[in-house]
Design a protein around this ligand. Sequence first.
Ligand code: FEO
Length: 173
Amino acid sequence: MLSPKLLKALNEQITKELYSSYLYLQMAAWFDSHTLPGMANWMKVQAQEEASHAMIFYNYVNERGGAVDLGAIAKPEGDFKKPVDLFKATLAHEETVTASINNLVSLAEAEKDYATRGRLLWFVDEQVEEESNAMTLIGTLEMVRDGNGLFQIDRELGARVFNLPAPLAGGAA
Ligand code: FEO
């Protein structure tokens, strides 16, 4: 059984992941409304990934005999000036998610719940990748000087596809 503290924190993480999905969907809408369909695609895939993260936590809470309790999802920020701003906001958001995952790891350790700690390590690695992706895109967009460069990046980001994360695809969590 999960301790009440850990159950509460894991439930809060489900809501945070769903908020992340909602935030990236709003960012996709910004790109769609600014005729950047490739970047919109990238954000839609990001939104799908976040929804799948919520499901990994959902499934884990159930697996441990806990009751999932969903919280309210806040309205996401949607007021941006230029494409790089959205990736800067993505990085800032991912840094808060990393802190949240690290807090969960610390809590699992404090509660001596090593099974939960083990499951969380997939998310620790995932956060390194998420922050790295956002940093790379910020760097790339900051190098762009004209519409042609933006067009090229947009086309590249249009190729991103959603892959079911390993913990949902039956792989190791
Ligand atoms: Fe679910 Fe972007 O971390």
